[in-house]
Design a protein around this ligand. Structure first.
Ligand code: DX5
Ligand code: ZN
Length: 215
């Protein structure tokens, strides 16, 4: 028995058919949809933004799980929530001295707040915020691109977070998730898995999602 949530990352989908791609993974058992927002500054890549969240809001009631990989997240949080985001996760490396402000902005708008940490950032940097958020997102690749290889050392943060705050609602892991790495993460305490390539590039998305839930 497992109550792990699967959040497919649309970064690996066919953007020309975004609606049907999203509905396809929802029909295959995904509960959330992970939207990777990149600004070309915080990470060396540019992806999608507020209009895409707004468009997806019209076609699904599922949780829109927005992962902000952008500088100055406090400037954009409100707009992403107005567009329809249910969960906003920003990076501790980007929020800097405005981390509390970002959390408060999200909670004041009655949405779920997540805080994310890159593989090389010391875990000590987030402890003081863990009890204030709904989710910690542990990156197991350097943010910026889908299809990278899982970094086991980065995943060790999962068990540390679980021990530090056993009641934290969600520990999410993102980067290089497949049936093998999912198992490692779940054993350490993750209960929300993001997967891009493993789901969208598979021959059978239902089987792929089930394999992440089952392991
Ligand atoms: C990377 C993104 C991930 C990425 C995951 O910066 O945050 O969500 O799309 O893709 P896979 O699962 O292919 O590593
Ligand atoms: Zn992501």
């Amino acid at each position: 028995m497992s109550d792990v949530i699967i959040s497919p990352s649309i970064l690996s989908c066919d953007f020309a058919n975004l609606e049907s791609e999203v509905l396809s993974v929802m029909g295959a058992g995904a509960k959330w949809i992970h939207i990777d927002v990149m600004d070309g500054h915080f990470v060396p890549n540019i992806t999608v933004g507020i209009p895409v969240v707004k468009s997806l809001r019209k076609v699904t009631n599922s949780i829109l799980d927005v992962h902000l990989m952008i500088e100055n997240p406090e400037k954009y949080i409100e707009s992403f929530i107005q567009a329809g985001a249910d969960m906003i996760t920003f990076h501790i490396e980007a929020s800097k001295d405005k981390t509390l402000k970002c959390i408060k902005m999200i909670k004041d708008m009655d949405k779920m707040a997540g805080i994310s940490i890159k593989p090389k950032t010391p875990i000590d940097d987030i402890y003081q915020f863990i009890e204030l958020v709904d989710m910690v997102l542990v990156m197991t690749v350097e943010p910026g691109f889908s299809g990278q290889i899982f970094m086991p050392k980065a995943a060790q943060k999962i068990s540390k977070i679980k021990n530090y705050c056993p009641n934290l609602k969600y520990i999410q892991v993102d980067g290089g998730i497949n049936d093998k790495t999912a198992k490692i993460c779940k054993q350490m305490g993750a209960n929300c898995l993001v997967a891009g390539n493993y789901i969208f590039k598979s021959n059978n998305r239902k089987t792929a999602i089930e394999s992440l839930i089952r392991v």
